[in-house]
Design a protein around this ligand. Structure first.
Ligand SMILES: [Zn+2]
Ligand SMILES: [Zn+2]
Length: 305
């Protein structure tokens, strides 16, 4: 029994200590930024991009993978949500010119909320890149994430044992889950990530996120009904990625966008099924553009902004 749970206990305990040390080191290094670093940051300025990995909903439309978005800054990649299909969509994006999204580079992820359409890809995110050689994963999200992580690891316990203790001799699986509160939840030399609360049904905690990189500010709504927090966190922002239809109607989204004034509004988590299949992009756009005249697109999987 001891043996059986060994990897997990080591992972969690060492993980917590390591994370504290890592954060301290990160803050220190930020303070001590030298000129070279500033120059290399300058060079990376134009290299922030948003890659839509999954723009779907719980409904399994074949061309819309479960909600997942990648923010790529220089050589690093950061995920928001891990709906079903996340790792394969990331690999597709890597093959299409964003090698930062190779599975072994998926090391930091943020979760908006625990709904299944946003989390069914979690075992995939934990296990597939690990099997391919990734050494560790940090995940940040609302309360309940740590518990979910523990259960996922338990569910795949036999696979993990066979791979680490058997002939495959794989290195330990290190997953550090962090239940976080609104505010700055992550910071490194490339990006500052701020979580803010949004209202989403009965979830006690659902987050939107703002990413500040040297080149761009990006706000992502997660699932939310019309939210003042979105407006407040996009003052201004370059890219606002916002859901439409399920919880925020197109006319409500137009009103939010009129007040938030993003450089571009990217609509995702577009739901809804008309009599002839998904609601056509043209219809969504028409509805939004009745009252919003800024730049707006309906996002699709693997598009880059
Ligand atoms: Zn959703
Ligand atoms: Zn949801």
């Amino acid at each position: 029994m001891m043996q059986k749970h060994g990897y997990r206990r080591i992972g969690w305990a060492a993980g917590a200590a390591f994370v504290l040390a890592a954060f301290a080191a990160t803050l220190g290094s930020v303070a001590a930024q030298n000129e070279n670093k500033a120059l290399s940051q300058q060079a990376e300025k134009t290299q922030t991009k948003v890659v839509l990995l999954g723009t779907g909903t719980p409904r399994p439309f074949p061309d819309r993978s479960g909600p997942a978005t990648a923010i790529v800054v220089g050589q690093r990649a950061y995920l928001v949500d891990f709906g079903p299909g996340v790792v394969r969509r990331a690999s597709a994006a890597a093959a299409q010119g964003t090698p930062q999204l190779e599975s072994t580079n998926l090391k930091v992820a943020f979760l908006t909320h625990l709904h299944s359409d946003h989390t069914t890809g979690y075992p995939d995110l934990i296990l597939t890149p690990w099997v391919m050689g990734r050494t560790e994963l940090d995940v940040f999200g609302p309360e309940g994430l740590e518990e979910m992580t523990k259960h996922v690891l338990e569910a795949w316990q036999r696979d993990i044992e066979i791979r680490t203790q058997g002939l495959e001799q794989r290195h330990a699986l290190v997953v550090r889950a962090h239940d976080v509160k609104p505010g700055v939840v992550y910071k490194d030399e490339r990006v500052t990530v701020t979580a803010f609360r949004v209202a989403h049904g009965q979830w006690p905690e659902a987050f939107g996120y703002r990413f500040d990189t040297p080149g761009k500010s990006i706000v992502i709504s997660g699932d939310t009904s019309p939210s003042e927090e979105i407006v407040a966190h996009c003052q201004p922002c370059d890219v606002l990625i916002h859901e439409a239809k399920y919880h925020t109607s197109t006319s409500e989204l137009a009103e939010i966008a009129n007040r938030a004034k993003p450089g571009i509004l990217v609509v995702y988590h577009t739901s809804g099924k008309g009599p002839n299949g998904p609601i056509p992009d043209e219809q969504l756009l028409r509805e939004i553009q009745r009252t919003y005249h800024g730049k707006v697109v309906i996002g699709h999987d693997l598009e880059v902004y």
